[in-house]
Structure formats: C-alpha cells, structure tokens
Design a protein around this ligand. Structure first.
Ligand SMILES: Nc1ncnc2c1ncn2[C@@H]1O[C@H](COP(=O)(O)OP(=O)(O)OP(=O)(O)O)[C@@H](O)[C@H]1O
Ligand SMILES: [Mg+2]
Length: 248
C-alpha cells in the first residue's frame, strides 16, 4: 500500500522552479534514496512534503489522507518525521532533552517522554551520550541524535536529509546500521537524501533521482546507476567504473 503519494509537485521561489512536476510514491516498508546534484531540489521536496513550504501546485497524500496544505506540526502529528540538513544544536539542551522534544509529540507527561527518550537512545546505542549537551557533541553524534529525536514522535515515515554528510567511513557504517535498524526492526518507512553513494546505493530498495528540479530517473540502485542520464547529471563515469562489480 502506498504510504506517501506525491502528485505533480511544483515549487517556485521567485522565478526559480526548485521542484518541477515531481510525482512518486513510497510504499509502506520501503527504504528509498533521493539523490541528485547540489541544488537539484531534494531538500525543497522534503520541505514541501513536511509542510514547511507551501507548494506552488500538486498534491501530497500521506497514509490515505491529503496533507498538502497542512502545517509542519500537523504533518508530524500524523506520523511523518524528518531531520534537517543543517542542524543548529540548541546549546543548553542535553541529548536526552533533545530526544524528549520529539517524544512530546505523543505525550504530555514529562516522565513518559523521558522514559521513551531513554528507550530510543538505548535502541540507537546512544545512551552513553544522554547527559551531554548537544553543543558538546561532534557533528556525527549530533546527526544520530537528530534521528533519535525524529523517532520520538513514533513516525510511520522518516525523511532523512544527509545524515551521513561529513562523516568518516566508520561513522558512516554506524549511521548505516542505525538507519537499517530503524527500518528493518522498528518498521519505519524511510526516505533518505544522501550524497554518500556507498550508503545510499547499498541500503536503498529504490532511488529517485532529481536534476534541476525534475525527476530524471527512478528504480533499483543498480539499474539507476547505469542510466546514462543519471551518469551525466550526477554520478559521473568514474563512479560507474569504480563500482562496476557491485552494480552487476
Ligand atoms: N527558501 C528558499 N528561497 C529561495 N530559493 C531557495 C530556497 N530553498 C532552496 N532554494 C533554491 O532551490 C534550489 C534547490 O535547492 P535545494 O536546497 O532543494 O537543493 P538540494 O538538492 O537539497 O541541494 P544540496 O544537495 O546542495 O543540499 C536551489 O537553487 C536553491 O538555491
Ligand atoms: Mg539539500
């Protein structure tokens, strides 16, 4: 069953068409990558889906209901959570308090929010960090905490915007494990924007490719990586040569 349906979504910013007639669906239980060059419109698409930007035209259906005109908190309440590409750590919150902010979407009780935050931190193997201030953490750990905070609202769908950017290979492995855990074990449908191809091509069932605001390809990673349009717009010949084995 389709959990998310995006129909002909267009978003203009004063003369710039950042999303141009984009349509795709996500089925319940899928893990889908969203890739494309810088400025292709990936974050804008997440901003439109999560209610942060009003769309210029098009429709967004989530879990069978139209959410096109809803405010971000209304979208979140229905079970659609997201992380932000640029995360500004609120300096005076601890990691646990940060995750509790997400949990307050589902409960008003401080004790319940705290208990749930602890559960999530344990689950993502972050409990050692619980009492640190967010601002004390390296970016890699902050990114994992933002994922934990998004999980606090018990989402059906999680949109991740470049959670692996700037991480080293072992940190990428860690976050990949967390993403797979959230998807495989917690049953959350995931869409991830990612420039780290080793991650996105490995974990995604399917990828959607944007270029200049338009969807230029969609399909299994190995198939998309062979698409001449995608190679020209984004991946480059070198990527294809270096990954020939795994793309078979
Ligand atoms: N709030 C805004 N106001 C005006 N223009 C915007 C706004 N947000 C994004 N844009 C423009 O829309 C286009 C798409 O930007 P977007 O951030 O969605 O790209 P992206 O695919 O996420 O890129 P990156 O990989 O660099 O994060 C860019 O040209 C950008 O400058
Ligand atoms: Mg972006």
């Amino acid at each position: 069953m389709a959990l998310l349906e995006v129909h002909n979504l267009t978003k203009d910013f004063d003369g710039l068409r950042a999303n141009d007639d984009i349509s795709f669906t996500l089925d319940q239980g899928e893990l889908v990558g969203l890739i494309g060059p810088n400025g292709a419109g990936k974050t804008t698409l997440f901003n439109c889906i999560s209610g942060l930007h009003p769309v210029t035209s098009g429709r967004i259906i989530f879990d069978g209901q139209e959410i096109t005109q809803l405010k971000p908190y209304e979208v979140a309440r229905r079970g659609l959570a997201r992380t932000f590409q640029v995360y500004v750590a609120s300096g005076d919150l601890t990691v646990e308090e940060n995750v509790m902010v997400g949990c307050f979407m589902r409960t008003r009780s401080r004790a319940q929010a705290k208990a749930r935050a602890r559960e999530i931190l344990t689950d993502l193997r972050l409990s050692d960090l619980a009492d640190y201030l967010m601002s004390e953490l390296p970016v890699s750990a902050q990114k994992r905490v933002t994922m934990a905070t998004a999980l606090g609202s018990d989402p059906k769908l999680l949109l991740l915007d470049e959670v692996a950017a700037g991480l080293n290979p072992s940190e990428i492995d860690e976050i990949m494990t967390s993403i797979k855990h959230v998807h495989d074990d917690l049953g959350v449908t995931v869409m991830l924007i990612e420039h780290v191809m080793e991650l996105v091509m490995k974990v995604s069932h399917r990828v959607v490719v944007l270029d200049y605001g338009k969807k230029i390809a969609e399909g299994e990673p190995a198939k998309v990586a062979k698409d001449p349009l995608v190679i020209k717009a984004y991946l480059g010949e070198r990527y294809v040569r270096e990954h020939a084995e795994e793309l078979k």
